[in-house]
Ligand binder design. Structure first.
Ligand code: SF4
Ligand code: FES
Length: 242
């Protein structure tokens, strides 16, 4: 017979320390396979009313609910959990409290570059590769396994500062501006320089073994990294990886 409860572990940051607690999720039906977010919402409602986590749309649109499920980043509103799973804050960003991470040092990386094009969201002249990249929901799941982001010291990041080294998300933003027909030619050079200053060179060296995964299925290697490497370093990448 199926159990009525699901034991889920929550790894939380409280008073600068990590604690592990176990929550008994009460299933709404015997065969329910709840999302991680269902567990968090019930735990907050029933037992831990100070439990801190983020969510918004509950429909894979806003990207703010990302947590680690068994040490891998997942959207909490879309990740089904099973007996014994461990929910924790994303390991790739500093934890503020419980499951809430500090995100601003990533967004700040492109300060000064966000106004380059004229912000025509419908952008009818752009081709599919541009529109594919607009699917990014800023969930930051792609920080996991990124050799560039791994070079940042995330623990000691100061307020109002951006991380020195980039990540697939920041490079996706750059690539999207590069292929946006509204971006003036002269500003494309600045964008390529920006990608290089964020550590693009590291992807050039590690391209073959790169294992980065997008939370919503964007082909990051093929549609972001490869085109950026091509435009920044030309065919040398091909030769180096043969
Ligand atoms: S590129 Fe994908 S994984 Fe990275 S922030 Fe955007 S949606 Fe999330
Ligand atoms: S709550 Fe918006 S993507 Fe999960």
């Amino acid at each position: 017979m199926q159990e009525k409860y699901l034991n889920i572990k929550l790894k939380l940051k409280r008073n600068k320390e990590f604690i592990l607690i176990e929550y008994k999720y009460k299933k709404r039906s015997y065969d329910e396979r709840p999302m991680a977010l269902d567990v968090l919402l019930q735990a907050q409602e029933e037992k831990y009313d100070d439990l801190a986590f983020r969510y918004g749309c509950r429909a894979r649109n806003c990207g703010v609910c990302t947590i680690d499920v068994n040490d891998r980043p997942k959207l909490a509103c879309r990740a089904r959990v099973k007996e014994g799973d461990i929910l924790s804050a994303m390991a790739t960003l500093p934890v503020i409290k419980d499951l809430v991470v500090k995100r601003d040092a990533i967004t700040r990386q492109l300060k000064g570059y966000n106004n380059i094009s004229h912000k025509n969201d419908l952008n009818k002249d752009a081709d599919n590769s541009y529109h594919n990249l607009t699917a990014c929901i800023e969930c930051y799941a792609c920080l996991d396994g990124c050799p560039i982001h791994a070079k940042n010291n995330i623990v000691d990041i100061q307020n109002n500062v951006a991380y020195k080294y980039g990540n697939p998300y920041s490079l996706l933003k750059i690539q999207r501006l590069l292929i946006d027909p509204l971006t003036p030619e002269i500003e494309k050079t600045q964008l390529i320089d920006k990608a290089k200053s964020l550590g693009l060179e590291i992807y050039r060296r590690e391209y073959k073994n790169l294992k980065i995964k997008c939370g919503v299925g964007i082909n990051l290697k093929g549609e972001v990294i490869k085109p950026l490497l091509d435009v920044a370093f030309g065919d040398e990448v091909e030769k180096e990886n043969q």
